[in-house]
Design a protein around this ligand. Structure first.
Ligand code: 9MR
Length: 379
């Protein structure tokens, strides 16, 4: 059950623009992790791997490392645990980059999430796996490949990784149907393949939180995606598959100025979705927060304000669910955000989707996240 607090009752556009000193006050100079911890939450970010001094949002860049160490309690390798990075061939694992990130996190007392054990889309699997010859007993061979992969990764990190995105993005956003991959074809369907991934992860890491992670969001056009994710989560429950939580990626997209109205309009369906997820007994995590500054003028003051207010409105609604215990940003610094390469602004202005600008200065979005964490009810 979700307890409705005064804070929750205030959620929405009006509340977002009100500064509630009593519950939302942000202690000066507090780190995001420090603010989160007061509420039983944890704050963190994705980090990448790079050569020493190269940058790229990696701990090898001293300024970035200092920022993450100062603000975070948990990190997640942005790419380095994915099959495409980890599995150059069917028989080998290239653990060096992932190991380096996990070791750095341990040295700095940061918890680690694993992302991900199975990105269930051909586009994000290695070419050799898409073209694989599964031989005379395809199901057995596909199951062997999948379970060997999961066991090898999970056993390597043991208790150092407390939460895994076991399956990532299995649902087609346009119609809510599950993707097909070479593995799922050989195993005899997407559901048995995903179930096997979770069951194998549970066997190998009984202590770890097992997460289904996806990007269904509250914005218009996401209805089929949300419905598909609900159906998948219902199926996991029905089949007794060990899935503990839904990872809500939270790659937000601003809808223009007039943010208060957008938040008011979007929150109804979002709550409907989250209510259904928690009613099934799942925990929630915000796993990949960033905010794409679409439908906004190039003017940085206007853009940063709208991004911050939109993020705040979203987090106020989402954090009103006590099932959320972790909020992770997908990178902390604009300079390294994936969004610049994925969808540059049509006007050519540089994207500003994260909490810190390219010189590592805090932006209004950072204050918005701090205020949302400070305003969250305790859990
Ligand atoms: O940010 C990641 C980018 O560097 C990679 O090129 C890309 C493909 O591996 O993945 C990006 O991260 C994605 C994450 O793994 C899953 N959810 C969506 C993220 C943004 O595309």
């Amino acid at each position: 059950m979700i307890e409705v607090t005064r804070r929750d009752a205030l959620v929405g556009a009006a509340a977002m623009l009100l500064v509630d000193q009593a519950v939302g006050a942000v202690p000066p100079n507090a780190s995001l992790q420090g603010i989160a911890a007061q509420k039983g939450l944890r704050f963190g970010s994705a980090v990448a791997w790079s050569q020493l001094g190269v940058g790229g949002g990696s701990p090898a860049e001293p300024a970035y490392a200092r920022l993450v160490e100062a603000q975070c309690g948990i990190i997640v390798p942005e790419n380095e645990m994915k099959w495409q990075w980890l599995r150059p061939t069917p028989t080998t694992f290239a653990f060096d980059r992932c190991d380096a990130i996990v070791a750095w996190a341990a040295r700095h007392g940061l918890a680690v999430r694993g992302h991900n054990l199975l990105w269930h889309q051909p586009k994000w699997l290695p070419g050799w796996l898409n073209d694989y010859d599964f031989g005379a007993r395809p199901q057995a061979e596909a199951e062997r490949l999948l379970t060997t992969h999961i066991r090898t990764v999970v056993n390597r990190y043991g208790t150092r990784i407390g939460s895994y995105d076991v399956v990532n993005e299995a649902v087609r956003p346009e119609d809510g149907v599950l993707y097909t991959t070479s593995l799922s074809r050989a195993i005899g369907g997407a559901e048995p393949a995903l179930d096997l991934a979770f069951r194998t992860a549970r066997e190998s890491a009984p202590q770890a939180q097992l997460v289904y992670n996806d990007y269904m969001s509250w914005e218009p056009g996401n209805g089929a995606h949300r419905a598909g994710v609900l159906k998948l989560l219902e199926g996991f429950k029905r089949r007794g598959v060990p899935v503990d939580a839904l990872g809500i990626q939270s790659h937000l997209i601003t809808q223009g100025t007039g943010v208060g109205g957008h938040v008011l309009r979007l929150q109804g369906e979002w709550r409907h979705f989250l209510d259904a997820v928690v009613a099934m007994g799942y925990r929630l995590l915000v796993t990949e927060l960033d905010t794409r500054d679409n439908n906004l003028p190039a003017d940085i003051t206007i853009r940063d304000r709208a991004v911050a207010d939109y993020t705040r409105g979203y987090l106020d609604v989402t954090l009103s669910y006590r099932e959320v215990r972790n909020v992770l940003a997908w990178g902390l610094c604009d300079r390294y955000s994936w969004i610049e390469g994925f969808e540059p602004r049509p006007d050519g202005a540089r994207r500003r989707p994260t909490l810190y600008d390219s010189r590592f200065h805090a932006k209004p979005m950072r204050e918005a996240v701090a205020a949302a964490l400070a305003g969250a009810s305790e859990r």
